[in-house]
Design a protein around this ligand. Structure first.
Ligand code: AMP
Length: 394
């Protein structure tokens, strides 16, 4: 069996994993441990179209990695083919501007910026420590969601608050979905080599959603901030709003500011407006049955996305490409059309027939459009595997 890479993505209450071979191009195995931290967590393996789930007695990230190792030990051909492990890390602060081989100093660096991702960073560190213990001798790499945006200029990443807060506490915009944007930039360059010299706007629209401007292959602006709450309206996150609302909500509802922040993170966005669901597909189905609030939520989502795309474009010399990616960006023709409807002033037009197709990599602009509009499925696992291969070969 060819060399393979194990990709580990430790979330706050889940652990997704995949084994990629053929230089990251084929997925040999993938799976998820969910409901970690609860009593009924399960670990599911998917291989060759077959699904196998086991109950995780101890529902922890540590036991999930241990069970993955056990499962692989029963399939020595896969286990022996592992040459590296790549870990997705949500927040690398200002310390990490690219992927790195993991050693203790890297783990310490991730711990130092854990206050910006308090649910994710501790899970990442547990995942790394267990993987180092259980897969001795296999090099491990950390790939950061924030790293791609370290190229932002100070004018873009600073918040207009007292500079001392930045100097002392590193309060600034970091941006997320960087691994996805890096993949999109690379994939677009395969499809259109000129794009590496051009201005590219990307809308990564999933349950979490953000936009990015990429100038000559480098991120110049992005909508998420010090945390993923800033920017677009999302599945359950409100995105940007007047910060005074935080204390208004806390006071009006008689709750703490932490609980008010929870409202903005977990009860807002598509869910908050529709009062039905955070899920775009569910809302589209409800809209088709005449649910006006579902339509309002989707239209607000689209309008706000368009505004952020235009705002990001101020960092580009020209808008040459607009790319849609993420679960909504790749699949929702309604949302794509509603976004582009707002972008006519920028000579962005899509072809209705092409836009109704789904799932493939393609361009969907109409003849009158001055901008190429793309649907490109993202592939963060491939990017993590490629970084891992690159670093272990160095
Ligand atoms: P992600 O977070 O990238 O996995 O994206 C999840 C979002 O994509 C959810 O809101 C889904 O409803 C949405 N989505 C996935 N498939 C479709 C589809 N066929 N039509 C509309 N939305 C979809």
């Amino acid at each position: 069996m060819s060399d393979s890479i194990l990709v580990i993505n430790c979330g706050s209450s889940s652990l997704k994993f995949a084994v990629l071979c053929d230089e990251g191009q084929s997925v040999l195995l993938e799976g998820i441990a969910d409901r970690l931290g609860y009593t009924n967590s399960t670990l599911t393996f998917k291989k060759d179209g077959n699904k196998e789930s086991i109950h995780l007695k101890e529902g922890t990230h540590k036991s999930a990695v241990a069970e993955i190792k056990k499962w692989l030990s029963d399939r020595p051909a896969i286990l022996d083919s592992l040459t590296g492990i790549g870990h997705r890390v949500v927040h690398g602060g200002e310390t990490f501007s690219q992927s790195v081989l993991i050693d203790q100093s890297v783990i310490d660096g991730i711990a130092e910026c854990a206050n910006f991702a308090p649910l994710h960073s501790p899970a990442h560190i547990i995942g790394m420590n267990v993987a180092i213990e259980l897969f001795p001798g296999i090099p491990q790499v950390a790939v950061f969601d924030t790293a791609f945006h370290q190229t932002l200029a100070a004018e873009q990443y600073l918040y207009p608050i007292p500079m001392a807060l930045y100097r002392q506490h590193h309060f600034r915009k970091y941006g997320f979905h960087g691994t996805s944007y890096r993949y999109i930039s690379r994939r677009l360059a395969e499809l259109e080599p000129n794009s590496l010299q051009q201005g590219v706007l990307v809308a990564h629209l999933g349950n979490g959603a953000s936009t990015c401007a990429i100038n000559k292959g480098q991120s110049t602006d992005t909508s998420m901030g010090i945390t993923p709450l800033e920017g677009l309206m999302m599945g359950t996150r409100c995105g940007s709003l007047d910060p005074s609302l935080l204390s208004f909500i806390a006071e009006a509802e008689g709750i703490s500011s932490a609980d008010a922040l929870d409202v903005l993170n977990k009860k807002s966005g598509l869910l908050g407006i529709s009062e039905l669901s955070n899920d775009c597909r569910t809302l589209e189905e409800a809209m088709a049955l005449g649910n006006e609030q579902a339509k309002l939520a989707l239209d607000m989502f689209a309008i706000r996305t368009a505004k952020y795309l235009v705002s990001a474009a101020t960092t580009l010399d020209s808008i040459d490409h607009l790319v849609f990616t993420g679960g909504i960006g790749e699949n929702s023709s309604y949302v794509r059309a509603a976004i582009c409807q707002q972008l006519k002033a920028f000579n962005i037009y899509i072809d209705g027939d092409k836009n109704s197709l789904r799932g493939a990599t393609m361009s969907i602009e109409s003849k009158q459009s001055h901008v190429k509009v793309w649907i490109i499925p993202t592939n963060e696992e491939l990017m993590i595997a490629l970084d891992t291969i690159h670093l272990i070969r160095q």
